[in-house]
Design a protein around this ligand. Structure first.
Ligand code: UGA
Length: 463
């Protein structure tokens, strides 16, 4: 919305949230999320044509176009628990819009939703609006930006996708939204489709991206078993233009608020229409991701003489990727839980993640992160065995091992000799992102494990 405000000075954008604390933060000097470049954009537009408010009644009534970007978490109970999207917040937003609408509205789905959600939302809007003369047109306009590069992705997206109804009114609504984007995006990158295609394209894009990571991660395991090098394999296959080189970095597992959730959703939709084989196929992408995290934990434990009980492990990075403070579904959660279960003491350092977030994540039940009040109780085991520090050198001091779980650039430039000198020997580094200079680390004396790389002789014996 900030980028729309930046590029469309003739449009007034009001960002609404029922959470007043969040709105206060958006209006303050300290924005509630970290995203490179966002602060500058907000500063430029805030108070000009970009406003943050919790007065939903006033602004929903006044708006011509409403983008709904509420969370759509995975259901934790009832039918479809653990797979289906929980549309409670979406439905709540629709009811709120219907209650105050007195003029025609274009309602734009920005949240990722299951296919055919627009149809359901349309019913909620129409049946709940007391003024029968009010018309609602629903559009699906899924977002393809990635965190950490959001501003750049929005400045020049590969494409903008707008799905809408076939009727004249539907087509007119598509045109209006396309006009907004046309302020800065070349016409040929603005695609229009029917509603269901747009909704399904979003789920499929994320499923295909995640599938690439699970594919290369599966090969990383085979590389370790055979002495091949996954980066060499990825480079060789990525040069085939049909395959391409992007999204081919092996990792300790993909995270983020979308990949797993959207695949689970896709599977649920497939099952709902009787396509069990299709659902099973996509489910394997998630299974492989869980295997990769578990495999990493087992590697750490087996390398360290089959136990990490009472050993201090330095966790470098907790965010699900670099350049963000976001920890939703970060692989670090499952890896730390696995290590804690074996008795380890985890000391976490991340340049952007706060201690309270780390404790919340490690104590929250699965799928609860996307609910405003769903945090689990802080388990004593977590608070006693997890420490979060603000400095990488303090993190590694007295540690038996360093586990790199996020690919932050700053990890590459640390003084590893100094880190080594302060650690218990043998000192291990488990590079879950393949970002460090492994040869240099070996020459310092570290025992290095890197995903999908020929195994260090020390590790061959122990595994
Ligand atoms: C992802 C998609 O890339 C966006 O196109 C989409 O709009 C977004 O989800 C969404 O649906 O909101 P995001 O989750 O922000 O974006 O970040 P990604 O860059 O896709 O990374 C996801 C995870 O995959 C991270 O944990 C990352 O470390 C991991 N990853 C990525 C790898 O393990 N290897 C790679 O080669 C690339």
């Amino acid at each position: 919305m900030s980028m729309i405000a930046l590029n469309c000075p003739d449009i007034e954008v009001v960002v609404l949230d029922i959470n007043e604390e969040r709105i206060k933060a958006w209006n303050s000097e300290q924005l509630p999320i970290y995203e490179p470049g966002l602060e500058e954009v907000v500063r430029q537009c805030r108070g000009r044509n970009l406003f943050f408010s919790s007065d939903t009644t006033k602004h929903l009534a006044e708006a011509d176009m409403i983008f709904v970007s509420v969370n759509t978490p995975t259901k934790t109970s009832g039918i479809g628990a653990g797979k289906a999207a929980d549309l409670t917040y979406w439905e709540g937003a629709a009811r709120m819009i219907a209650a105050v609408a007195t003029t025609p509205k274009i309602v734009v789905e920005k949240s990722t939703v299951p296919v055919k959600t627009a149809e359901a939302i349309s019913k909620v809007l129409k049946r709940n609006c007391t003024d029968p003369s009010v018309t609602f047109e629903i559009l699906s306009n899924p977002e393809f930006l990635a965190e950490g590069t959001a501003i750049e992705d929005l400045r020049m997206p590969d494409r903008v996708l707008i799905g809408g109804g076939d009727s004249e009114a539907g087509q007119a609504a598509i045109k209006q939204l396309a006009w907004v984007y046309a302020h800065w995006i070349p016409q040929e990158r603005i695609l229009t489709t029917n509603l269901w295609s747009a909704e399904l394209a979003k789920l499929t894009a994320n499923a295909m991206l995640a599938q690439r990571i699970s594919s290369i991660n599966s090969i990383s395991a085979l590389c370790e078993a055979t002495g091949a090098d996954v980066q060499q394999v990825a480079r060789a296959i990525g040069m085939d233009s049909r395959i391409g080189s992007k999204f081919m970095n092996t990792s300790v597992g993909f995270g983020g608020s979308c990949f797993q959730k959207d695949i689970l959703n896709l599977c649920y939709v497939c099952e709902g229409v009787g396509l069990k084989e299709v659902a099973d196929y996509w489910m394997k992408v998630v299974t492989m991701n869980d295997y990769q995290k578990q495999r990493f934990v087992e590697r750490v434990i087996s390398a360290m003489f089959n136990t990490v009980a009472r050993k201090r492990l330095a966790i470098f990075g907790f965010a699900f990727k670099k350049d963000t403070g976001d920890t939703r579904e970060t692989p670090a959660i499952d890896v730390c839980r696995g290590l804690l279960a074996d008795g380890a003491k985890c000391v976490v350092y991340d340049p952007k993640v706060t201690p309270v977030q780390v404790f919340r994540d490690l104590s929250a039940p699965k799928f609860e992160w996307d609910r405003p009040h769903g945090w689990g109780k802080s388990e004593r085991h977590i608070t006693e065995n997890v420490q979060v520090v603000a400095d990488p050198y303090a993190c590694a001091e007295g540690a038996h091992a360093i586990c790199v779980l996020t690919e932050w650039d700053e990890f590459k430039s640390y003084d590893y000799q100094r880190l080594y000198d302060s650690m218990v020997k043998p000192a291990f580094i488990f590079d879950g992102r393949n970002v460090l200079d492994h040869e240099a680390l070996r020459s310092i004396g570290f025992i290095v494990y890197a995903l999908g790389k020929p195994l260090d002789p020390f590790l061959q014996k122990s595994y």
